[in-house]
Design a protein around this ligand. Structure first.
Ligand SMILES: Cc1cc2nc3c(=O)[nH]c(=O)nc-3n(C[C@H](O)[C@H](O)[C@H](O)COP(=O)(O)OP(=O)(O)OC[C@H]3O[C@@H](n4cnc5c(N)ncnc54)[C@H](O)[C@@H]3O)c2cc1C
Ligand code: FES
Length: 1320
């Protein structure tokens, strides 16, 4: 076979072909949905570009194709492509790990559509994930290629942003006009399609000649011969077979991989009765074909096609749709298939072929349930599918609800079809099929049968719902959980279908001869107008946003970069794929790979471990156990020592038991599976916070903060309210999984450890302790980290120590890279919280007393749980002055993997508890939550509960500006109007304030150091203790050096972080990395400048080269360390008083959402954020931090849901089960604005740290949904308290919008079954 990679032809002979494509560059996949290549194929002698997931692409499917990876698109060594340039310059990269995938998606889009529409753009990015940026800057970069980039192109309310403003309300014009832009389009390279890579001529000639080859199937006959082999599956897109091989251990010694050359499989045939589509057509092609067909044919013929198109719009991302085939989709018969329910109700037939000949079978329930009599026979292939035209008076609809709008498998989906027949309002045919509610697609056949002959009216609707619920029964323990939600969706979808058909009938009947066409109309009850709101689907597209910041003082020197929106200095390298991460480091001589074996029980004694089979496998070098680590098997980072490996008693699923070391990754992982562990389960198994409370299972160290006299205050208040809220955890989902490479140096017991970590000093310490050598023998190096968010501290150290131990033992380099699933299982995440509160308040909304209890689920070891809890307790007041406050917190010890730091560190949980309490107080007082928030906020100079002074002027300023910028009052009225007119859709609007205290709680923890060298050519090298993990700290440090040394940034370089250059550096986190290290860099530069001043003043017109040489000649040192001793912070928990924080970041966010009360879907309409960030060092990076954190917070509070089995096994171990926000979740409008800067003498150029605060602002979306749900409930007469836990998922939204359908579903007695999952 022959294909091209990066312009070079590759010929692979039969014996070299491996079924999977595995190469160690950007073709190698790390995250299922991120990394891509552009695939150019010849089809009917025209070129087609496809984005493709490298991990799923069988190499043998590449015959005749040209593959372009991000390296082939452009590079710093040759030419940077406009896509790469614009993504970087529009600030679309932070950690850069997702960036090659983004570039490839946009590049491929532009190859096919040089001036794409915004819809095409959103679609193209729909299959990519980014955890850092919040997508807005990436969208901005793409928009520069669109024809109408200035406009939001959102005509949702019939208005355009450029005309009148969204919602027909005055818009945020001032900001748009006065604020400088974060990038300048004028400097962008033009997109010139003539400069693009050409399709290799030799492949072109090959395509034209189509030479016959035996292993490449060009005829159906050859294919059928190959299919005789019962062990060889046909692989089309490999999107179903591939994941089974990669993640579920399926093994196929031979696969039959088809490219698209077999004509019969690519057929598109229009016949009198319908369309025949080849089974080999990709889902993307099917989408295009159907879109064309519905343009040409009358609507009554294309009902099924419309329905299929609707689902094809949200099915996976475009990478998968480009690869997945129609045939593969049908034959794999996934339980949540979006298309099979529609094809089944649409009466489709399948054209099969084998050596015995052709036959046709219906795509019906028997086929879908794999009933042997209705299934494909061995040796048979699916050639094509007949999809009949719909008839007059026939209606087909598609429904689905998923955790996330796009690129998420449906929780439930459905296809529904009704046929009335000419001249009657009576149901003649009815078909309903559901996905997601059983092991395969389920048809409600009996229900449909019983409804035939009935008129389409509300009695029929009622009967249908009951019949469906009876027939499609889901047990309480059903896999996937969400059972009551799924039951509700079954009938909510049918209700939508009922309304939709009724509405069409209404228009059809009005437009035709009413009596002739529909004589029984008398019995058809037309739905009320406000019910029509049930019909429209919620889609967020055509995003746009603005950022407003203060430009630098016009008097500032032009070369001084502080305060300017400088691009991330690795930005271009991120986009070209040249940025090196740990796993990109070249394989070293003799390198080994380490894979962990983890426990499968939550609490058990290990009775025995049998390593023999694993050790006997080829390539296996060693298995490291607790025995090997005797005497060094634990390390204390914070308070309690933590064990490295455990071979006696395990206390969670995912605990590290031993580590297999082998020649290759595949061998290590295969051997790890062969380690046999016998367990004896132990009691109790404590998984949830409630269980921990019941067993009194807490880590030592309750935290308590008390201010005023809470008990006395409760006696004088008008009302007292008690409530609680549970908040689920969150996975870090950094794009680069845990990665490390330990390299023994071969002499003096030295070792270099290259690791993706936020805390090199700790890695150095734990490795040194494990190897029993002094720290000066171990050097830890971190070039950059592909996202961390708090998750690359404690567990990283433990894994690095074991990896280094293996390297030391064998005297060979050892690499360990976790797969996504392992990473999610082992490393823990944000702490789930239970908050209980009792508030005493006056009828006017003033809260006089608040008594709060925090319980966090710490998991099996202490890790950082106590600090997280402490932070939550200290920050419980958020922006409010509660005159009497008590907050107590406990860290629960449970049998879950240990939870750890995650951006915000306890504040996102604590703040939500407080805000929820305020929302409930407001409801009790009959006031808006915003009014109660404002009333209770800190005003001017005051005192926090720990008696630290606070000046809240900027807090109030942020609040007021956010109110004004978001047109809050006008929009509140508009939302109420909308809600009064729409029964099944509700909007919600909410605004939350933010007071985020910044500091580490101790001076020593805030110290930082730097090292600056000036070389004799005048160039400067800066090193500091901070880690570059996407936040742009290295860029900011170079800006600092540039200002201090008064030299251009291009003269300053930064190579990375190492314990060799800056010893004893603190962990990078808590929003303080740039603050602290910047002060150290500034100090070093000032020291150097002071030394050089006499020389510079002697030769003021000289260059840095002159000055450096002169200094050298005068024996003046050109190297200086810089040091910052730390902010003066302290906290005394005995007295409850202190000054634990250096300053406060203030802010406010206002969000508007729309919910679908029938499905629980929500759409983020708009968010306005105002932040007080002092003097920004780099507004582009700071806006990026705020937006990225906000979107991460929005995910935390609305869609990210970790699911655990009742045995403590984490189910959600990959992007297919755990959904982080994607591009479609970004608010349609997102505006970020900074307050005019104010002086803050202690911080770096009066700047403020911004890494974390924005996460909490994501809860404005939570409360906007809360507001919408409350509106729905009020309309339904449900006026009592509303308890909504976080995340506020579609399930929770739907179930809270109670109605006749939620009442209709059967409910299971609690305790009568073991649920599939439990909230922890
Ligand atoms: C990340 C991701 C997201 C996804 N999201 C969605 C989603 O939102 N909604 C949804 O419905 N689906 C989704 N899917 C599933 C996807 O639709 C299916 O995996 C895909 O359609 C299968 O097609 P394929 O060509 O890749 O099948 P393959 O993996 O190539 O084959 C699947 C099976 O079909 C058999 N087969 C293929 N062609 C033939 C033939 N002509 N004759 C006989 N047997 C044949 C193969 O032998 C194999 O057993 C997703 C998949 C992935 C990986
Ligand atoms: S920049 Fe997208 S994941 Fe980090």
């Amino acid at each position: 076979m022959e294909f091209a990679l990066g312009g070079w032809s590759h010929v692979i002979r039969e014996e070299n072909v491996s079924p999977s494509f595995k190469g160690k560059n950007k073709l190698e996949e790390t995250v299922l949905e991120s990394e891509l290549g552009d695939l150019v194929c010849m089809q009917s002698l025209t070129l087609q570009h496809y984005p493709a997931n490298a991990c799923l692409l069988p190499i043998c499917s590449l015959h005749g194709a040209a593959v372009t990876t991000v390296e082939g698109v452009g590079s710093t060594k040759a030419r940077i492509h406009p896509v790469q340039e614009r993504v970087a310059k529009c600030h679309g990269t932070q950690c850069g790990f997702c960036t090659p995938g983004m570039v490839m998606s946009i590049y491929t889009l532009l190859r096919n559509h040089p001036e794409p529409t915004l819809d095409q753009l959103t679609d193209a990015l729909g299959g990519n994930l980014c955890r850092c940026t919040g997508y807005r800057p990436i969208i901005d970069a793409c928009k520069t290629f669109c024809k109408t980039s200035g406009c939001c192109q959102s005509k949702e309310n019939g208005v355009c942003c450029l005309d009148q403003g969204i919602n027909e309300l005055p818009e945020f014009e001032e900001g748009n006009k006065t604020s400088p832009k974060l990038f300048s389009e004028e400097e962008f390279l033009p997109l010139d399609p003539t400069q693009e890579l050409i399709f290799p001529p030799e492949l072109m000639i090959m395509a034209e000649k189509q030479p016959q080859r035996t292993r490449v199937f060009l005829t159906l006959k050859e294919l059928l011969e190959a299919k005789e082999n019962p062990q060889a599956p046909i692989v089309m897109g490999n999107t179903s077979v591939g994941p089974e091989v990669r993640f579920k251990g399926a093994f196929h010694p031979v696969i039959i991989s088809l490219n698209e050359c077999i004509e019969e499989l690519s057929v598109v045939n229009h016949a009198d009765d319908g369309l025949t589509l080849g089974a080999g057509l990709s889902l993307a092609q099917v989408k295009e074909i159907l879109a064309e067909v519905i343009q040409k044919l009358p609507e009554e013929k294309t009902q099924t096609y419309h329905a299929l198109l609707k689902h094809l719009g949200t099915l996976a991302g475009c990478q998968i749709r480009n690869m997945a085939s129609l045939g593969g989709h049908i034959v794999s018969r996934h339980l949540d298939s979006d298309l099979n329910p529609l094809l089944a109700v649409g009466n489709c037939t399948l054209n099969l072929l084998s050596k015995e000949g052709e036959r046709q079978i219906p795509l019906n329930e028997q086929f879908l349930t794999k009933c042997p009599s209705a299934d494909l026979k061995p040796g048979e292939i699916l050639v094509s599918v007949n999809i009949p035209y719909s008839r007059k008076w026939e209606f087909v609809s598609a429904f689905r609800q998923a955790q996330r709008q796009q690129n998420a498998l449906a929780i439930v989906n459905s296809g529904m079809r009704v046929f009335f027949g000419e001249g009657g309002g009576i149901i003649r045919e009815l078909s309903i099929a559901y996905g997601g509610v059983g092991p395969t697609t389920i048809c409600a056949k009996n229900s449909c049968q019983k409804l035939i002959g009935r008129p389409w009216n509300e009695e029929m609707l009622d009967a249908a719902c009951r019949l469906i619920l009876d027939e499609v029964s889901l047990p309480g323990w059903a896999p996937g959980g969400k059972v009551e939600f799924k039951r509700t969706l079954l009938i909510s979808f049918f209700f939508k279908f009922y309304l939709k058909v009724s509405q069409i009938l209404k228009t059809m009947v009005n437009g035709t001869d009413r009596v002739l066409a529909f004589p029984v109309l008398g019995v058809l009850v037309m739905p009320k107008v406000e019910y029509e709101s049930a019909l429209e689907d919620l889609h967020s597209r055509n995003h746009w946003g603005t950022s407003k910041y203060q430009d630098v003082d016009p008097k500032q020197l032009p070369q001084d970069p502080i305060g300017r929106p400088i691009m991330h200095l690795s930005g271009i390298k991120h986009t070209t794929g040249e940025a090196i991460y740990c796993d990109d480091m070249p394989v070293l001589d003799g390198e080994l790979f380490l894979a962990f074996v983890t426990s499968s029980r939550a609490h058990a004694e290990i009775v025995s471990i049998d390593l023999s089979e694993a050790l006997s496998l080829p390539g296996v070098v060693d298995i490291v156990t607790e025995e090997d680590l005797r005497g060094v098997n634990s390390f204390c980072l914070l308070i309690e020592p933590e064990k490295l490996l455990e071979t006696q008693e395990v206390s969670c699923v995912g605990q590290l038991v031993c580590a297999v070391v082998a020649d290759s990754e595949v061998q290590a992982k295969q051997a790890a599976k062969k380690v046999k562990i016998v367990y004896q389960d132990l009691e109790p198994v404590i998984l949830t916070i409630e269980e921990a409370i019941r067993h009194h299972s807490f880590f030592q160290g309750e935290r308590k903060l008390e201010y005023g006299n809470v008990d006395e205050a409760f006696k004088v208040v008008d009302q007292i309210l008690e409530g609680e809220i549970h908040m689920g955890g969150q996975e870090h989902f950094y794009m680069e999984t845990q990665s490390m490479l330990a390299v023994p140096k071969g002499e003096d017991q030295e070792m270099d450890v290259y690791v993706s970590s936020q805390f090199p000093k700790y890695i150095q310490d734990i490795v040194a302790a494990t190897l029993k050598v002094p720290a000066n023998k171990i050097m830890c190096h971190v070039k950059r980290v592909g996202g961390a968010f708090g998750g690359k501290v404690t567990k990283t150290g433990i894994m690095a120590a074991i990896t280094a131990f293996a390297a030391n033992k064998h005297g060979r380099p050892v690499r360990c890279i976790l797969e996504r699933g392992e990473d999610m299982l082992i490393t823990g995440g944000r702490h789930p919280y239970l908050g209980k509160y009792k508030a005493g308040f006056m009828n006017d909304g003033r809260i006089l007393a608040l008594d709060v209890e925090h319980y966090c689920n710490g998991g099996s070891t202490l890790d950082e749980s106590l600090f997280v809890l402490e932070t939550g307790v200290l920050k419980v007041d958020n922006a409010y002055k509660f005159p009497n406050l008590r907050c107590q917190g406990w860290a629960c010890k449970t049998n879950l993997p240990s939870n750890t730091a995650l951006r915000g560190f306890g504040f996102p949980q604590s703040g939500l508890i407080t805000e929820n309490c305020i929302t409930e107080v407001a409801a009790k007082c009959g006031l808006s939550p915003e009014k109660v928030r404002m009333m209770n906020m800190y005003k001017e100079i005051d005192q926090t509960p720990y008696k630290q002074e606070i000046d809240a002027t900027n807090l109030i300023q942020c609040w007021k500006e956010c109110m004004a910028m978001s047109s809050y009052s006008l929009r509140k009225v508009a939302v109420e109007k909308f809600n009064s007119e729409n029964y099944w859709k509700k909007k919600g609007l909410a605004m939350v304030p933010l007071k985020f205290p910044v500091g580490f709680g101790s001076t020593a923890a805030c110290q930082a150091a730097a090292l600056v060298h000036i070389y004799l050519d005048g160039s400067v090298l800066v090193t500091h203790g901070g880690i570059e993990m996407g936040q742009g700290v290295h860029t900011k440090m170079i800006q600092v050096a540039s200002r201090e040394l008064r030299m251009p940034m291009s003269n300053v370089h930064l190579r990375g972080t190492s314990t060799e250059t800056v010893p004893n550096a603190n962990v990078s986190g808590a929003s303080l990395v740039a603050d602290l290290n910047g002060l150290a860099v500034k100090d070093a530069c000032q020291t150097l400048l002071k030394r050089l001043e006499p020389i510079i003043s002697k030769n003021p017109k000289g260059t840095w080269k002159d000055w450096a040489q002169a200094a050298y000649d005068e024996s003046i040192s050109l190297s200086a360390t810089g040091y910052f001793r730390g902010y003066e912070t302290h906290m005394n928990w005995e007295t409850g008083e202190g000054h634990p924080f250096e300053y406060f970041v203030f802010g406010a966010a206002c969000s508007e959402v729309e919910i679908d009360c029938l499905t629980g879907a929500h759409k983020n309409i708009r968010t306005d954020i105002v932040m007080d960030i002092g003097h920004s060092i780099n507004p582009a990076l700071d806006v990026g931090q705020i937006e990225g954190a906000f979107i991460q917070g929005m995910g935390l509070y609305t869609i990210e849901e970790l699911k655990y089995s009742p045995q403590g096994v984490l189910y959600t171990r990959g992007p297919d089960q755990y959904k982080i926000p994607a591009v479609s979740d970004v608010p349609t409008e997102l505006h970020v604005s900074f307050l005019p800067p104010s002086q803050n003498s202690n911080t770096l150029y009066s700047s403020k740290g911004l890494g974390e605060p924005g996460v909490f602002l994501g809860c404005s979306v939570f409360f906007a949904i809360h507001d919408a749900v409350r509106a729905a409930r009020q309309e339904r007469g449900l006026l009592g308290p509303l308890k909504l836990d976080s995340p506020l998922t579609p399930e929770k939204i739907r179930m809270a919008c109670e109605d006749k359908f939620t009442k209709m579903i059967p409910r299971d007695e609690p305790g009568s079954y073991v649920p599939w999952n439990i909230p922890v």
